[in-house]
Write a protein that binds this ligand. Structure first.
Ligand SMILES: C[S@@+](CC[C@H](N)C(=O)[O-])C[C@H]1O[C@@H](n2cnc3c(N)ncnc32)[C@H](O)[C@@H]1O
Length: 243
């Protein structure tokens, strides 16, 4: 099945207001994220590889901010340990509804529980793998420390957290360069200048990026003694943190 083309920000006359994960976004989401996030397909497939390596028998694997379930399915297809359960959480009913129908067409036997909830309210427990792929950036910054500490507390020793985020940079010239390179990436993928600008405005106060230093500091403060970047392209990076 081909993905519906994202043209949500193409019409200069339609002001969509602040970005939300509504029905329109859910419909075009696979096309939108592939054309907007450098390295997204790599990050999703490596999420599967990492989950396959770190899944522990009879444990839970969490996909927090699961959207349409790309990371959930990558994990589901890679798990080799018995007794695992995937818990996928998203607070958008429109995203979760589509996610449910996608998961229902997948026949792998590992159970998947889908929850429509704020990830801040989810009590992570008995976790060997936790995935936060491009989700923490949407959580209010003041709540992020508590989210990461809660995840750490609910993980088994030897477990892994994968944290993928859009980044900002303290160095203004590097920040400007990476924003410009990201916009070039989007234009190369068929978005017009107008679409790039309109989406940027819509996301301005909704997606709040942090620096790599802030992420590392939060992970170490929560107790993750080993953490590092395993992937970066421009202002998008993915970190692993080991308990
Ligand atoms: C950029 S998408 C994540 C993409 C997805 N992880 C993937 O790899 O395909 C962000 C998702 O996080 C969800 N989200 C944002 N804030 C959330 C929160 N506080 N609790 C749960 N889900 C949240 C949104 O509804 C959206 O589906």
């Amino acid at each position: 099945m081909t993905d519906s083309r994202d043209t949500l920000f193409a019409d200069p006359a339609s002001d969509r207001g602040l970005f939300t994960f509504d029905e329109d976004v859910a419909r075009v989401f696979p096309d939108m994220i592939k054309r907007s996030v450098p390295g997204y397909p790599t990050i999703i497939s490596m999420t599967g590889l990492l989950a396959g390596k770190y899944a522990i028998a009879d444990s839970n694997l969490y996909d927090l901010g699961c959207s349409l379930g790309a990371s959930t399915l990558a994990m589901r297809h890679a798990i080799r340990q018995p007794g695992c359960r995937i818990i996928a959480v998203d607070n958008s009913p429109d995203m979760l509804q589509r996610c449910r129908s996608i998961i229902e067409t997948d026949t792998h036997e590992t159970p998947v529980d889908l929850h429509c909830a704020n990830l801040q309210d989810v009590a992570v427990a008995n976790a060997s793998v936790v995935i936060l792929n491009f989700t923490l950036q949407f959580v209010p910054p003041g709540q992020r420390d508590q989210v990461i500490s809660g995840i750490y507390a609910g993980m088994q020793p030897g477990g892994i957290l994968v944290l993928s985020e859009k980044l900002s940079f303290n160095d203004k010239r590097l920040d400007d360069l990476n924003i410009e390179l990201h916009h070039q990436f989007k234009r190369a993928n068929g978005y017009s200048d107008l679409e790039v600008a309109a989406k940027r405005t819509a996301l301005e106060t909704v997606l709040v990026p942090e620096t790599l230093q802030q992420h590392r500091h939060r992970l170490v403060s929560a107790g993750f003694s080993s953490c590092d970047v395993w992937f970066q392209c421009f202002n998008f990076a993915s970190l692993v943190a080991l308990k």
